[in-house]
Design a binder for this molecule. Structure first.
Ligand code: B12
Length: 286
């Protein structure tokens, strides 16, 4: 509780959530990240009402209300197992003027990350997280056609996750925005053995690049052997990104050509590789 708001009544996490019109997980995140002062009393978080008022009236909070927190709304529907409601949130978001890229990278991605935080904190159980993931997969399947683009393909890309890594959603979350930019993307999905990566890349002539998405930190050895197998089968550059790619020293041991710390960085890299591929374009090493 901050000293200047120490008087007055206190609210529970759920009461604060109702008051601010956000999911209780979001309030939990505010507390954990220090944005909302709180104290734990008998295992329950308590928040001074004055601190809630301060948050309600802050310019950031007001901007949020104006913009609507689409990711919060989506988290609520996903956790409730309400696929139709989740779909409606995304439709409303698109109708408000956000483009499909923003829906993927600024709404669905952060909503999934929030659900992962809740799972790690114990505020969301495994069943809720699994239901949310299954709905998210179906939502991406329904949204995918929005990224269709007519005209000549700008190059072929192969994306996927290494053996042992079951996270396919982050792959699709990048694959579709790349399709929207005119690239042909083969999405290999999750848990792809190194030999299958090698076979897949060898089947494509003139491959622009290969992207490995490593989400589970347990699977970095698999990334290393995947990179070796791909390099033995194609000259195409290999880039790696994803939540597991955090330690620069570790990254150096993976043997990749490029590292992409975010979806935006991955999109920019592919654009750069396509530009370099154009006849007469100067080539650049990393
Ligand atoms: C959904 C989910 C699952 C689902 C996956 C379903 C599916 N079909 O994908 C299931 C239930 C299978 C699952 C399993 C597990 N999960 Co999980 N999961 C998640 C969750 C909630 C969402 C993943 C997601 O889609 N994120 C959204 C995208 C946007 O996230 P992103 O990584 O930032 O993706 C972007 C970047 O990678 C970027 N990018 C940058 N460069 C590049 C390059 C390329 C080529 C690509 C494609 C993308 C890319 O673009 C992406 C798109 O924006 C995350 C939480 C989280 N924070 O992500 C946990 C999370 C990833 N899981 C976690 C864990 C621990 C597990 C399990 C070990 C749990 C368990 N005990 O069984 C298992 C691991 C199984 C395995 N062997 O892989 C941890 C990972 C911790 C770690 N770093 O190792 C997380 C972070 C949860 C947490 N907070 O602890 N999980």
């Amino acid at each position: 509780m901050s000293p200047e708001h120490a008087t007055g009544s206190t609210l529970t996490l759920h009461q604060v959530a109702d008051r601010l019109g956000v999911h209780y997980m979001t309030v939990y995140r505010y507390i954990r990240t220090g944005r909302l002062p709180a104290t734990k009393v008998g295992g329950e978080w308590q928040v001074a009402e004055g601190d809630v008022v301060a948050m309600e009236t802050s310019p950031t909070a007001q901007r949020r209300v104006r913009q609507r927190r689409w990711d919060d709304l989506l988290v609520q529907r996903l956790i409730a197992g309400d696929e139709q409601g989740a779909w409606q949130v995304l439709q409303d978001c698109l109708a408000s003027g956000r483009d499909p890229d923003a829906v993927y990278l600024e709404v669905i991605g952060p909503a999934l990350a929030a659900i992962g935080d809740g799972w790690a904190d114990g505020t969301i159980d495994v069943a809720e997280e699994h239901v949310a993931s299954a709905i998210a997969s179906r939502l991406l399947g329904r949204l995918g056609p929005l990224f269709g683009r007519r005209g000549r393909r700008r190059g072929v890309l192969i994306l996927g996750a290494p053996a042992g890594d079951l996270h396919s959603l982050p792959v699709t979350l990048l694959a579709d925005p790349l399709r929207g930019r005119g690239f042909q993307v083969l999405d290999l999905g999750a848990d792809v053995p190194a030999t299958s990566w090698a076979a897949a890349v060898a089947r494509v002539d003139g491959l622009l690049a290969v992207g490995i998405c490593a989400t589970s930190t347990d699977d970095l050895d698999a990334v290393r052997s995947t990179v070796q197998a791909i390099h033995a089968a194609t000259d195409a550059p290999v880039f790696v990104g994803g939540a597991a790619i955090t330690d620069p020293a570790q990254v150096q041991t993976l043997g990749v050509d490029h590292v992409t710390p975010s979806a935006d960085a991955a999109l920019a890299l592919v654009e750069q590789l396509a530009a370099e591929r154009r006849p007469g374009a100067p080539s650049s090493a990393q």
